[in-house]
Design a protein around this ligand. Structure first.
Ligand code: DGJ
Length: 727
């Protein structure tokens, strides 16, 4: 049992394999007592002591109740004396901005309920998860809040969300509704987050928490390249293998906020949820509102083990579909091979070449529809361009089929070009404010997915291509952020609902598509990693990690992404050298070694490769086919940090520990400094492993204790080792 309720002390003890999360009801308030290393089952009431500080902060009920500003609250409200960042803010029918939630009841159920219309972690069997639902009520406004806590005991995961119900006979406005809030009794934490931009996504920032607020958010209508919807808190000395680490990840693809505030008494409050700078929701009488889900985890053993918790839950209980547990097909994507310049003949030549070099799937990227010779037209017109493909998609399919190569295709369905038949027919379908200019990003507008008729159009036009059965893979792109946000069909006081309604529309559209076409592998993309988030992973098990396909740059991007997202979700391709984005010239094997840590493919024109490079593609595609499944389901160990050193190293250990794939890349010259060795992790110390390429034998103890020599001196050189257990 993960949820233990003690009526005597009104205490909720939530246990996983490694942590305990503790709450208690006092004076009808739901308090947070503790989150950290696993505790024994007993009355832990002593952990709450009211310190009676907070001059100027009012005390409840005739000076006898709590000073709310100075106690750890589980779902803090605005308006009754807690001056810190609230989890919830409600505007009542009389205009007052107050809500005061008190404990009403609770319930424990096995399994995990779905979040209606929203992506969420799921339980495959009812006994692998247990859910506590705590009901809180404001008796004056008649607003009920149900807090959901689902524990995946074996995976060290706690999923949270809130449901807000209006039991009154009037409408109220939700100004803020966080998915989770946690109060800590101290502020001595480091905060780790991602920052970046297009082609430089998910760099890592680590900084000590200071008084005031650390806020990381997006108001772009997408989770964005700039920040990512998660944050990690650690003890100041924590590293990859030791120390307290706390994770908060939002399962959402739109604007978000994640914040830690250190307050006057040196305690800290962390919140994560919808970004209330742009969000608002009118909750009519009798209606309810469900927040997105926050996935929390804790490890006392450092970042690597926190990441492993997230990799485990996201890979096996967030991603879905037939590709969830398997290696993905080795694909070749046409974008960096041809950009918009292709026709049937060129694609056929590429397809023929693919057969000889071990490629399993050819993706036709942007440019196959409308009259799209550049990026300034045709989005929305999902009809084959017969100038380029006179025999339609079928012409390519019929060529590839006898070669045993599958076909994939690119869409950017959420967008419309001003120069398109769709826009000419429905100028009101894009997101806009009547009488204001419409901003363009990459010469395009965004379709307004808060309108059901727009979602229906997208479904029909994408499904029309997919239902031929010729397509096995879809790359779903998204290349601008939202401006002039409105939906003229909603009343003025509901305009702040539009971005969230957009995502509800997108999620329901994606659900329709992935359930109608369960055999298609969907890959999410947003100019690379502009929407690399747990929300999209529910529908699409992999994401084009970055438009920067340079292996050296990818070291940092993939390292940062691995903090919470599994390797199987990171689409990684071997691209041409010199690289198209950076001009870096890198050896083929370095590009391969880096791409091998993700869902693997190629991003180059195979017809222009030398015979030597073609042989390299064939050889490396073979290695991925052999080890892809073990990589996809293995445990990832970050051994050298490219954000801090002039190198990167990692290893991936298969579930049964009998295979280990290790990589090392030097990013700067190191003259005569070739005494580097890489100590591996995760192997069985008393097993003997044979390294595939050299045939040498090592014990697990040697590989983890002494390590493996990496005597490189020249930049962009790399080493790849594959160790297999000796039978
Ligand atoms: C942005 C994507 O990230 C690229 O891979 C490519 O698909 C282009 N869009 C096509 O326009």
């Amino acid at each position: 049992m993960s949820v233990i309720y003690s009526g005597e002390c009104a205490q909720f003890q939530l246990n996983t394999k490694s942590f305990t999360y503790l709450m208690q009801v006092r004076n009808d308030y739901l308090l947070h007592l503790y989150w950290g290393e696993k505790l024994d089952e007993r009355d832990h009431s002593y952990m709450f002591w009211e310190q009676g500080r907070a001059a100027f902060s009012p005390r409840q009920e005739n000076c006898e109740g709590f000073i709310l500003d100075d106690i750890p609250l589980e779902y803090p409200c605005w308006g009754r004396g807690d001056m810190r960042t609230p989890a919830i803010e409600i505007i009542n029918p009389d205009g007052s901005n107050i809500i005061d939630l008190h404990y009403e009841s609770h319930d424990v159920i096995s399994g995990k309920p779905e979040l209606k219309g929203l992506p969420a972690v799921y339980a495959e069997k009812s006994d692998e998860a247990e859910t506590l639902i705590i009901t809180l009520k404001d008796s004056v406004s008649k607003i009920t809040v149900k807090l959901y806590y689902t524990l995946f005991e074996a995976l060290d995961i706690l999923c949270r969300h809130a449901e807000i119900i209006n039991d009154s006979d009037k409408s109220v406005f939700i100004n803020r509704a966080m998915s989770a809030s946690v109060d800590f009794d101290r502020k001595d934490f480091d905060i780790i987050s991602n920052y970046g931009t297009h082609c430089r996504e998910r760099n890592i920032e680590r900084s000590p928490l200071k008084y005031g607020r650390f806020n990381m958010s997006s108001r772009r209508g997408a989770s964005s390249h700039v920040h990512n919807p998660f944050l990690i808190m650690t003890s100041p000395s924590a590293n990859e293998t030791s120390g307290d680490t706390y994770g908060f990840v939002l399962v959402y693809s739109g604007s978000f906020t994640a914040e830690v505030a250190a307050n006057q008494f040196s305690s800290a409050r962390t919140i994560i949820g919808l970004n209330s700078e742009e969000f608002g929701w009118k909750l009519h009488s009798g209606e309810s509102f469900t927040t997105p889900e926050a996935v929390l985890s804790y490890s006392p053993c450092g970042l690597e083990s926190l990441s492993a918790n997230y990799h485990g839950i996201f890979r096996t209980r967030l991603c879905r579909g037939k590709y969830r547990d398997t290696r993905r097909p080795v694909l070749l994507n046409s974008w960096e091979a041809c950009y918009f310049s292709f026709d049937e003949e060129r694609l056929k030549k590429i397809g023929t070449c693919c057969k000889d070099i071990g490629i399993e799937l050819l993706v036709i990227d942007d440019g196959w529809f409308g009259v799209r010779d550049t990026d300034n037209c045709s989005l929305g017109d999902w009809v084959v361009d017969r100038r380029k493909l006179p025999n339609g998609i079928e012409g390519i399919y019929n060529h590839l089929k006898p070669l045993g190569i599958d076909l994939g295709i690119w869409f950017e369905p959420e967008m419309v070009s001003p120069n398109s038949d769709l826009y000419r027919a429905h100028p009101d379908w894009c997101i806009h404010i009547p009488n204001r200019p419409r901003s363009q990003g990459r010469h395009q507008f965004m379709l307004n997915l808060s309108k059901p008729e727009v979602c229906d159009y997208i479904y029909e036009s994408v499904a029309a291509i997919l239902k031929s059965g010729m397509i096995k893979y879809v790359k779903w792109d998204y290349n601008r952020n939202m401006t002039e946000i409105a939906n003229e069909k909603l009343p003025a006081d509901q305009q702040r609902e539009v971005t969230h309604r957009y995502y509800l529309g997108l999620y329901s559209l994606l659900e329709r598509l992935v359930t109608t076409f369960p055999d298609i592998l969907f890959e999410s993309c947003s100019g690379g990693g502009g929407r690399f988030d747990a929300g999209m992973l529910y529908y699409m098990p992999q994401v084009w990690t970055s438009d920067n396909s340079d292996a050296i740059e990818r070291l940092k991007i993939q390292y940062g992404t691995s903090l919470v997202y599994p390797l199987s979700s990171m689409s990684a391709h071997v691209s041409a050298s010199p690289n198209h984005q950076t001009g870096h010239v890198t050896p083929f094997d370095t590009r391969f070694t880096v791409a091998l840590t993700g869902s693997f493919g190629y991003e180059l024109d195979p017809t222009s490769l030398s015979d030597e490079d073609k042989a390299s593609v064939l050889r490396t595609a073979g290695i991925y086919k052999e080890y892809g499944e073990r990589i996809c389901n293995g445990t990832y160990h970050r051994l050298r940090n490219p954000h801090e050193e002039n190198c990167s190293a990692w290893c991936i250990v298969s579930e049964n520990k009998d295979t280990c794939i290790a990589g090392y890349v030097l990013t700067k010259v190191r003259m005569y400094e070739n005494n580097e060795r890489i100590r591996l992790r995760g192997l069985k110390k008393d097993w003997i492993y044979i390294e595939r390429f050299s045939g040498r034998e090592y014990s697990g103890a040697e590989l983890c204790g002494y390590g493996i020599p990496a005597p490189l001196t020249l930049e962009y050189q790399s080493l790849l080792w594959i160790f297999e257990r000796k039978e």
